[in-house]
Write a protein of this length. Structure first.
Length: 345
């Protein structure tokens, strides 16, 4: 397990907000905002993998893109290796780009169909380095070897490859400039199950060899358990819980995390029949009009009156374990404490 006690913080995100304006009327005036990410805070340490999980539409991918400044954040602070990038000018951001890269969800959509593999992998080198043509070609071959692609395929086009091979091209492109930090935005979601394990194992091998740091975004809780050192759970634009992997899977604290983990399929038929499923009532509220108080109060099976009035503080309740829930507030009464017992207690 990754030890954070002596590790250096590589990425520091504080109160990150990403609101998209809603325009209506003849003059297209701003009449509201979709709060895709609404006050998210977390750290990522050098050499670790932080898993970011949650259901579709909770803001995971938007958060990952905002951290890399692919979106202009509405508010908050983002530091990479101690340098503020949330509102950095273009010239500074361009200088920092080689340190941070992204592997996109859909490998077909993220690769230019008019460029060869060599052109795709070599483009970052052309933009950010002054390598000679021969040195650039040598680096392209080196990267193709690293991700398991045949050098003979360098002059082929993306449509000539399978989904898994296209994702390897995307990974090679992300590695071209020797980045410290890579955001993996659901890199296995569009792949066959048999290929998913190969891509995840490749990411782990590269992390061990190159000392990479990952933000691994996924809705596949089983795969996140395999690759992540710590896990952050998002719901409706906010982080509900952040904890070391084993602690979160063995003893989830937030009611939403408990419900999310109870939905993970169990391959053992006996355990599947005995599983304590938590069925959430109602639908996810709109991020354009989130509920007052806690975002989860409309569906929470342990909701209290305070949950509908006051947004809970995201705070450390145990060493290394952060949760945004009134059940764990310092002044919580005994009744609420009893209701907070983990599943199977």
């Amino acid at each position: 397990m990754f030890d954070t006690s002596n590790a250096k913080k590589l990425v520091e995100v504080r109160d990150l907000k990403m609101h998209f304006p809603i325009r209506s009327g003849l003059l297209r005036r701003v009449t509201g905002a979709v709060k895709a990410v609404d006050g998210v805070s977390f750290d990522i340490f050098e050499g670790e993998t932080l898993g970011l999980v949650g259901e579709s539409g909770c803001g995971k991918s938007t958060c990952g893109r905002a951290v890399l400044r692919l979106y202009e954040p509405t508010g908050g602070s983002i530091k990479l290796d101690g340098e503020e990038i949330a509102h950095a000018p273009f010239d500074k951001l361009r200088r920092l780009r080689p340190k941070m890269q992204m592997v996109f969800q859909d490998p077909q959509a993220s690769l230019n169909p008019r460029m060869t593999v060599a052109g795709i992998i070599g483009e970052p080198l052309s933009e950010h380095s002054d390598m000679t043509a021969q040195a650039r070609l040598d680096r392209i071959y080196e990267l193709m070897d690293a991700v398991g692609l045949n050098r003979d395929f360098a002059n082929r086009y993306p449509h000539e490859f399978s989904g898994g091979q296209r994702q390897r091209i995307g990974i090679a492109r992300a590695l071209a400039l020797n980045p410290k930090f890579i955001v993996c935005d659901e890199p296995i979601a569009a792949l066959d199950v048999s290929i998913q394990a190969q891509v995840v194992n490749l990411l782990e091998d590269l992390q061990g060899k190159l000392g990479l740091t990952y933000l691994f975004i996924s809705h596949d809780l089983s795969m996140v358990r395999h690759i992540a050192d710590r896990v952050a759970v998002m719901y409706l634009g906010k982080v509900a819980e952040l904890a070391p992997r084993d602690g979160l899977y063995d003893e989830p604290l937030h009611p939403y995390t408990q419900a999310l983990l109870s939905a993970v399929p169990e391959p053992d038929p006996t355990l599947h029949d005995e599983a304590n499923r938590i069925i959430l009532q109602g639908d996810v509220p709109s991020p354009a009009n989130p509920p007052e108080g806690c975002n989860f109060c409309t569906r929470c099976p342990k909701v209290m009156d305070i949950c509908r009035r006051i947004d809970p503080e995201f705070r450390e309740v145990k060493p290394g374990r952060f949760v945004a829930c009134h059940l764990y507030a310092e002044d919580t009464n005994q009744t609420a404490a009893n209701a907070a017992e983990p599943i199977g207690a």
